[in-house]
Design a protein around this ligand. Structure first.
Ligand code: SF4
Length: 249
């Protein structure tokens, strides 16, 4: 007898057996936050890779308004949180064509830094007919690059996160998916990388009337420019130095 036989099957993947089982603290806000204004999820801190250079110093989520909430969620103290199957149900239940953002904090479910293909495939299936997008600080190893590419080819957009313009160039020239990067405080609306690639600053960084719901640039998998996020949050000085490569992490 399959050990999953007594578990109520989820419509998306039947008996779910991916690494998502290791993680059980996810949440969704249908309204999102003031920057997203669309359904927005949060994943527990352990989904972040240990290799993320911002994990212990400068993480936007940790040092922004989100920090306290993320901590509570990760400690299992948020009442309406759910496990990975619950996350899949929540995504599946979003209206057709809905733009939504995965992970205002947290990253993709993984096994010691290897993005879990099974879990991601379930998200891709749940996202069918919707316009989900997210970012990842997992290393762009060949294995992770193939997994991310599969997602991008199938409607769930994953942006590679980089920490400065040089790293953005490296990722962008590999053509493994859309790229975002950190920008120092005061960066122009458009910046060019050392290799001449265009970086467009997230318009929501400054304009209060622009949100992910209206902008949607991060949901375009084949855009021919990089998106830049100006350092902000209480650790913005440090993040700005990281983006300017004045300190290495
Ligand atoms: S560029 Fe647009 S979609 Fe991306 S984070 Fe900024 S507002 Fe949201």
């Amino acid at each position: 007898m399959s050990k999953c036989q007594n578990v109520k099957p989820i419509k998306i993947s039947g008996c779910y057996s991916g690494a998502g089982k290791k993680f059980n603290k996810f949440a969704i806000s249908l309204k999102g936050n003031s920057k997203t204004n669309c359904p927005t999820t949060t994943s527990e801190k352990d989904t972040c890779p240990d290799t993320c250079p911002l994990k212990e110093s400068g993480c936007y989520a940790k040092y922004s308004f989100l920090g306290a909430y993320w901590k509570k969620l990760s400690n299992g103290e948020v009442e309406n949180s759910f496990d990975f199957k619950g996350l899949l149900h929540a995504i599946k239940g979003l209206p057709k064509g809905q733009i939504w953002r995965h992970n205002q904090a947290g990253d993709l479910v993984h096994n010691s830094g290897i993005i879990d293909l099974k879990s991601l495939t379930s998200i891709v299936k749940a996202n069918k007919g919707k316009r989900g997008f997210t970012y990842t600080h997992h290393l762009a190893t060949p294995e992770n690059a193939i997994t991310v590419d599969l997602s991008n080819e199938n409607g769930f957009t994953i942006n590679w996160s980089s920490n400065n313009l040089e790293e953005a160039d490296e990722l962008y020239t590999r053509e493994i998916g859309p790229v975002v990067t950190l920008l120092p405080v005061g960066a122009d609306k458009v910046t060019m990388t050392p290799q001449g690639n265009k970086v467009v600053k997230c318009p929501a960084n400054k304009a209060k009337n622009i949100t992910c719901a209206t902008c949607q640039l991060c949901a375009i998998p084949d855009r021919d420019y990089i998106i830049g996020f100006e350092a902000h949050g209480t650790a913005k000085k440090k993040v700005s130095l990281i983006a300017a490569k004045e300190i290495t992490v």
